[in-house]
Design a protein around this ligand. Sequence first.
Ligand SMILES: Cc1cc2nc3c(=O)[nH]c(=O)nc-3n(C[C@H](O)[C@H](O)[C@H](O)COP(=O)(O)OP(=O)(O)OC[C@H]3O[C@@H](n4cnc5c(N)ncnc54)[C@H](O)[C@@H]3O)c2cc1C
Length: 504
Amino acid sequence: MGGPDGQITRFVIAGGGSAGWITAAVLARILPGTAASITLVESEDIGIIGVGEATVPLIGQLNALLGIHEPDFVAATNGTFKLGIEFVDWGEKGNHHFHGFGDFGDNIAGLPPHQYWLRLQEKGPIAPLGEWSMPWAAARRDRFAPPQAMKGEAAQFRHAYHFDAALYAAYLRRIAEASDVTRVEGRIHEAVRDRETGLVSHLLLDGGRSIEGDVFIDCTGFASLLLGQAMNVPFRDWSAWLPCDRAAAVPSSRSGRLTPFTRSTARSAGWQWRIPLQTRTGNGHVYASRFISDDEAVAQLLTGIDGEPLAEPRLLHFTPGCRERFWEGNVIGIGLAAGFLEPLESTAIQLIQTGVLRILDFLPKAHPDPALAAEYNRQTALEYERIRDFIIAHYCRSRRNEPLWREVATMDLPDTLAHKLAVWDACGSIPLYDLESHQEPSWVSILVGQGVLPHSHNPRIRMIPEEQLRPVMEQRRQFLAQAAERMPMHDYFISRTCAAPQAA
Ligand SMILES: Cc1cc2nc3c(=O)[nH]c(=O)nc-3n(C[C@H](O)[C@H](O)[C@H](O)COP(=O)(O)OP(=O)(O)OC[C@H]3O[C@@H](n4cnc5c(N)ncnc54)[C@H](O)[C@@H]3O)c2cc1C
């Protein structure tokens, strides 16, 4: 890689939230200083969005790439460990299930175990499918140990983190600045385009300073100053499928044991998150403003928190969806500047991570190549659409009867999702497409968990007689429960390995 006339490529990153600092840290880690210079412009006056406290296991690869030492990272970000998401009241009031970061065990005679569970539950009472999931076996007991400390099937899970979003951005900033990323403090007034080429030539800051570059990465959050405003790339609005458009967020004092999972509780016009950190709990109510007022939404939020509120609730507005293109000319949007899907499955930081790595895949030379930009756009759009479908699947089969829930239960679905659900209904399998973030066990967790059972299952399961199958299934369930009992309690594990300074 090299810039015009053999110079190094000048990357300019606009914005210093998680998107900006992840991008800066990854580019600096991978590209040698002889190939690239990296400048990040941010404005302390504007600040960052500061929510985004739950992640998915893919973040482990990002941390490994950046040379992050897990105990140091968890301590510095007031972090805790996450084994999945507990869903409360989603299928209907009283419904309870868990989307864990793992599967339901090895295939039996070539078929996934949920197929056997479907058959056995037809014959009579059986434990919930979640009891065949190692993450749930540990999470329901508030226990945690990393998979490498476990053996055999008890090691078949992954983990992610909860953390303080502001501490996370600061942590990444330290890593990036130690790798020669130059930070410029200033408010961007305009991204200026070259009249002939249409490419962005420089950022003009308030006060007249200008920052020139070859490739501009837009990490300016919902403002989308470069991709949305300067390059005029339209927004694909998905609110017809995802009606939630607001969130109210409030921290509360820590109470009770530290749960190693996020909790998501369905509400009359949306859902509420609970994210445990070492010294406090993050809470938020994501809701559809067509069905509830802000005041009512805040009141619902406050009745649903444990511990005392530590601040005034903060309101955030958003439109679900993403840009029609993510890479236009020499501008690439990452993070909220590129798109936003409600945080039900904590996928925003994942999309930042995959976006940055994809930039490296498709930018082998200094000058963006239109064919490579088109491929970047194709893959990124698919990734967003797959996650969108997975989030809609949490809503569209619910039997709750408030107006929001009745609307989402009867709406037309995206074709991709309608096909998936039709196949599930018919035979209990989930067809997977390219660039899926969520594999079959994730879909099964949500559908079976909500009580959305298929009409039939795979007839090949009859190859194993029921009297042989039951003991095999029961043995695994008990093995997982016993393995989980041997794990340390989550709060004990943290206090021994990665206590935050403020928790001491
Ligand atoms: C309610 C809610 C809950 C969420 N929960 C989760 C979650 O649990 N998990 C998850 O992964 N994600 C979550 N997210 C998403 C997550 O917050 C973001 O994806 C992530 O923080 C990245 O944000 P960002 O860096 O794109 O934008 P921001 O944090 O908004 O950063 C934008 C940056 O651009 C700068 N900037 C903007 N305009 C200018 C200007 N004119 N001049 C100079 N600088 C400028 C700002 O100063 C800031 O540095 C949530 C989001 C919302 C709204």
